[in-house]
Design a binder for this molecule. Structure first.
Ligand code: GLN
Length: 398
């Protein structure tokens, strides 16, 4: 090594001017690491602790063994795009062309990032409804946009259309909507989707419709996709994730359905972002999707887990909030002896360390400080895991 060179480069390097100065490691990674460090049951980060269907795994193996191991087409394999279009058609009645309107992505995270990169110009405003998923705001900022936060109603987490209307300006490029909603577990009604359609109809505002929990809706509620509402569908990037639907969050495969004019711009970014997504999983998913029963049965599967978990929580000092969809159960800890004074982050740390159960503080879904003493549990776990967690919570949270 040349000493002069080493010295010169050390002097030249100034501290990096962060593109995301207010961002640290995500709360999901942080709480999973804490759970592991303390041997706690991890009901924090949202992922199942059980495997997907062996038939799906076998379909992926078969694709690998059959030599499908090179790059697929940039927007995704034809078979998977056709299967996605057929599913959307069957469920919402809307036709998306597989060749020009469906793109397979590396999970919903990449879909949302890429959509924002494709549509946001410097200084454009993007509306998010708080509390919201933690990637939205940094994604908007990385695209050069300005985050405009509109609160959901304070106790029931419903959209406030007066407030949304008031937030729309000539600079508003898009709004991000998530239903079923992480973290509040609310599901937008048809009337609410229609109200959004009425609000956006005469505007140039685009919609990113995050529907990753589309197949987890309980108690007879229905998921209403933006695809069902023409005034929404014509301006929407509809995003979903096979990770949620098929219990394979680690596979990171999702998709975007959007009208051709929007998909063209999406694909321009996608091709230089990831180019494409791994071939064998796409082929395995396409094969497996031919049977609708796994996704049509998912709501019943998770409703049973929600009920088991919520019934057990009734024997604790935690108060359950309504859960109409997703695999998350929010609880209010305001009545927990000796710990209700803690803020949600401190409460989750205490719960992980002292009780042995990890959760996610709701405050992580807000930019600003927020007084709600609410935390989120993930019940996408084996019944046995839920029972073990309940036993700890029942013993300690009186
Ligand atoms: N969406 C999952 C959750 O809300 C986590 C995904 C992640 O870890 N980034 O828990």
């Amino acid at each position: 090594m040349n000493a002069t060179f080493t010295q010169a480069s050390a002097q030249a390097l100034t501290p990096l001017d962060s593109r995301l100065p207010r961002v640290g490691t995500t709360i999901f990674s942080t709480m999973s690491a804490l759970a592991q460090a303390h041997g706690a049951i991890n009901l924090g980060q949202g992922f199942p602790d059980f495997d997907g269907d062996p038939a799906l795994v076998e379909a992926v193996h078969a694709a690998m063994r059959d030599g499908h191991n090179q790059y697929p087409p940039m927007p995704g394999t034809v078979a998977l795009r056709e299967a996605i279009a057929a599913k959307i058609q069957a469920l919402s009645g809307r036709t998306y062309r597989p060749d020009s309107e469906i793109t397979v992505t590396a999970g919903a995270t990449q879909a949302i990032f890429t959509a924002l990169q494709a549509i946001v110009h410097a200084g454009d405003e993007v509306i998010v409804l708080e509390p919201c998923y933690d990637s939205y705001a940094p994604n908007i900022e990385l695209a050069g946009g300005k985050v405009v936060r509109v609160p959901l109603t304070s106790n029931s987490y419903r959209p406030d259309f007066k407030a949304i209307a008031a937030a729309i300006t000539p600079r508003t490029r898009a709004i991000i909507v998530n239903t079923p909603h992480n973290p509040s577990a609310t599901v937008w009604t048809a009337a609410e989707m229609q109200a959004l359609a009425d609000l956006l109809r005469d505007t140039q505002v685009l919609l990113i419709s995050d529907e990753v929990y589309e197949h987890m809706v309980f108690d007879g509620h229905r998921h209403h996709s933006s695809a069902e509402f023409p005034a929404l569908a014509e301006r929407a990037f509809i995003v979903s994730s096979f990770g949620k639907t098929y219990h394979v969050t680690g596979w990171k495969v999702g998709f975007v359905a959007a009208p051709a004019a929007l998909s063209v711009e999406f694909r321009k970014v996608h091709q230089f972002n990831v180019f494409t997504v791994n071939t064998p999983m796409q082929l395995g998913l396409a094969h497996y999707m031919a049977d609708p029963r796994p996704y049509l049965g998912l709501s019943d599967f998770y409703q049973a887990k929600r009920d088991l978990f919520a019934q057990g929580l009734a024997d604790t000092a935690l108060r359950t909030l309504p859960c109409a969809g997703t695999y998350f159960q929010c609880v209010d800890y305001g009545a927990v002896e000796n710990a209700s004074h803690l803020d949600p982050v401190a409460f989750c740390e205490w719960l992980t360390r002292e009780v042995g159960v990890a959760a996610i503080p709701i405050s992580a879904f807000y930019a600003t400080r927020n007084d709600a003493k609410v935390i989120r549990f993930c019940f996408a776990k084996k019944d046995e895991t839920l029972r073990q967690a309940l036993a700890l919570l029942q013993k300690r949270l009186r």
